[in-house]
Write a protein that binds this ligand. Structure first.
Ligand code: GDP
Ligand code: GDP
Length: 436
C-alpha cells in the first residue's frame, strides 16, 4: 500500500492551501465522494518517484469554539488512525492558540512521525513570530508559507525521509481503469466532476493542454482507480455542440484501455442506437459494465416508474443483463455516491476466481437437471470445467464434442454459473474444448 500523509489543524490555518501547493498544478484531485468523505480530500502525490496519498482533513465550518475543538479532535484521531505521517499545521499570523496546544499534546503521544508546521510565515519578517511556538516543546518546528510556496519544498523533503519504506508501486494491473461513455450532454462531465470533487477540479484546470487524453488516478476505499481521459470528458464549452460530434472512436479507444465502463444514459431521452453500439462494443471487448441512468431528477415519477424504466432498459440492452443499473442525478448528487461502491463490487467480480471443485459441482448439477441435447446421433458429454482467466472471468469446459454444445445450452450453463457465483457487472466467458 502507498503511505498516507494527513494534514490536520484548525480551520483557516492554510491546510487546503498547503494541500494544493503540494499537489502542484497538474496533479488533479481525486476523491470527494458526496456523502461519503465530505470533509476529507484525497490526492495521490508522486514526488521523486515516491507515491503517497495526501489527505486534507479540513473542510468543516467552525460553528463554535467548543464544537470546533471536538471536530478537530475527531479529525486528528481519524488522521492518526489512517495516516503514516501527520502534518500538524498552525497559523503563524494568529499565533499559538489553546486548541493548538491541546492537539499538539495529543499528537505527541502518537507513535507516528508528526511534523509541526507554522504556516503563513511569508517572509523573513514573519519569522519572529515562530518564537512562541517553541513553547510547545517541539524540537523540530517547521515554518512555511503555503500561499507563496516558501519552505514547502524543504518540508516535503522531510516528509519523504520520514515516510515508512514504501512497497514497490503496485503493478498497473492492480488498478481498476474506468471509462465514462455516453453521448454529448448526457451528463458525463457533471458526473465526473461529482466523482472527483467539483471544486478541486475547477481549481486545477487542464485547459490549454495539447494532449488529447489525461488520466486521473484516484483512491476509493483504499483501492486505486484511474479515470481514463478525464480531460476529454470535461473538455467542452469551447466547441459548439453542433460541431462537437460525438466521437464513437474516442469512446472505443477509452474502452480499449478500461476494465469497467460506465455507460451513461440520459433518463429523459432514453436509449439511442449510439448507446447500443457503444455498449455492444464494451460487451464484445469483455469489459465490465455499469449502466448509469442520469438526470433522474427530470423524470416525473410514481412508484412504478423506476421498475418500468428498468424493464425497458433490460429489453434494449439484452446482452447486458448482468450489468447493474443506477438511477442517478449528477445535478443533485442523488445516488452518485453509489457509483463507486458499485464499481468496486463489479471490479471485484471481474477479477474473481472460482475454485475448480466448486465449478464442477455446479456443472454436474446442471447436467443432471438438464443434459445437453444429442448431437449427430451422439450423446454430448461434459467432462469438467476450470477457470482459465479473469478480467473477464473465463471458464473452459471440456466436452467430448465441443461443436455439439448448442447455443441455448451454453446460455443455460451461463445462467447456472451466474446463479452460483454471481459475476455481477462482469461478462462471463465460456469456452468449450474437445477432450478425447
Ligand atoms: P484551511 O481552512 O486550514 O484549509 O485554510 P485555507 O487553506 O482555506 O486558508 C485559509 C486562509 O489563509 C486563506 O485565505 C488563505 O489564502 C490564507 N493562507 C493560507 N496559507 C497562507 C500563507 O502561507 N500565508 C498567508 N499570508 N496566508 C495564507
Ligand atoms: P456531457 O456532455 O455528457 O459531459 O454532459 P454535461 O455534464 O456537460 O451535462 C450536460 C447538461 O446537462 C448540463 O447543462 C448539465 O448541467 C446538465 N445535467 C447533467 N446532469 C444532470 C442531472 O442529473 N440533472 C439535470 N437536470 N441536469 C443535468
Amino acid at each position: 500500500m502507498i503511505p498516507v500523509v494527513a494534514i490536520v489543524g484548525r480551520p483557516n490555518v492554510g491546510k487546503s492551501t498547503l494541500f494544493n501547493r503540494i499537489l502542484g498544478q497538474r496533479k488533479a484531485i481525486v476523491e470527494d465522494l458526496p456523502g461519503v468523505t465530505r470533509d476529507r480530500h484525497y490526492a495521490e502525490v508522486n514526488r521523486y518517484g515516491t507515491p503517497f496519498t495526501l489527505i486534507d482533513t479540513g473542510g468543516f465550518e467552525p460553528i463554535s469554539q467548543e464544537r470546533m475543538l471536538i471536530q478537530m479532535r475527531e479529525q486528528s484521531q481519524l488522521a492518526v488512525e489512517e495516516a503514516d505521517l501527520i502534518m500538524f499545521v498552525m497559523d503563524g499570523k494568529e499565533g499559538l492558540t489553546p486548541s493548538d496546544e491541546e492537539v499538539a499534546k495529543m499528537l505527541r503521544k502518537v507513535e507516528k512521525p508528526v511534523l509541526y508546521v507554522v504556516n503563513k510565515i511569508d517572509g523573513a519578517k514573519q519569522e519572529a513570530s515562530l518564537g512562541e511556538f517553541y513553547a510547545l516543546g517541539i524540537e523540530e518546528l517547521w515554518s512555511a508559507s503555503a500561499e507563496h510556496g516558501r519552505g514547502v519544498s524543504e518540508l516535503m523533503d522531510r516528509v519523504l525521509e520520514l515516510l515508512p519504506p514504501c512497497a514497490p508501486r503496485e503493478e498497473d494491473s492492480e488498478e481498476t481503469r474506468l471509462a465514462v461513455i455516453g453521448r454529448p450532454n448526457v451528463g458525463k462531465s457533471s458526473l465526473v466532476n461529482r466523482l472527483l470533487g467539483f471544486e478541486r477540479v475547477v481549481a486545477n484546470p487542464v485547459a490549454g493542454t495539447t494532449r488529447d487524453s489525461i488520466d486521473t488516478p484516484f483512491i476509493y476505499n483504499r483501492r486505486r482507480y484511474v479515470l481514463i481521459d478525464t480531460a476529454g470528458i470535461r473538455r467542452k464549452g469551447k466547441v459548439s455542440l453542433a460541431l462537437e460530434k460525438y466521437s464513437v472512436v474516442h469512446a472505443l479507444k477509452a474502452m480499449d484501455r478500461a476494465h469497467v465502463v460506465l455507460v451513461v444514459i440520459d433518463a429523459q431521452e432514453g436509449i439511442t442506437d449510439q448507446d447500443l453500439t457503444v455498449a455492444g462494443y464494451a460487451f464484445e471487448k469483455g469489459r465490465a459494465v455499469v449502466l448509469v441512468v442520469n438526470k433522474w431528477d427530470l423524470v416525473e415519477k410514481d412508484n412504478a416508474t423506476m421498475g418500468r424504466y428498468l424493464e425497458k432498459l433490460r429489453i434494449s440492452f439484452k446482452f447486458l443483463s448482468f450489468a447493474p443499473v443506477l438511477f442517478v442525478s449528477a445535478q443533485s448528487g442523488q445516488r452518485v455516491g453509489k457509483i463507486m461502491a458499485t464499481v468496486e463490487k463489479v471490479a471485484a467480480e471481474f477479477d474473481k476466481q472460482i475454485q475448480t471443485s466448486a465449478l464442477n459441482r455446479v456443472l454436474e448439477e446442471a447436467e443432471k437437471t438438464h443434459p445437453p441435447a444429442v448431437f449427430q446421433g451422439k450423446r454430448v458429454k461434459l467432462f469438467y470445467a476450470t477457470q482459465t482467466g479473469v478480467r473477464p472471468p473465463t471458464i473452459t469446459i471440456f466436452v467430448n464434442k465441443a461443436e455439439g454444445v448448442h447455443f441455448s445450452y451454453q446460455r443455460y450453463l451461463q445462467n447456472k454459473f451466474r446463479e452460483a457465483f454471481d459475476f455481477e457487472g462482469s461478462p462471463l466467458r465460456l469456452i468449450f474444448k474437445d477432450r478425447e
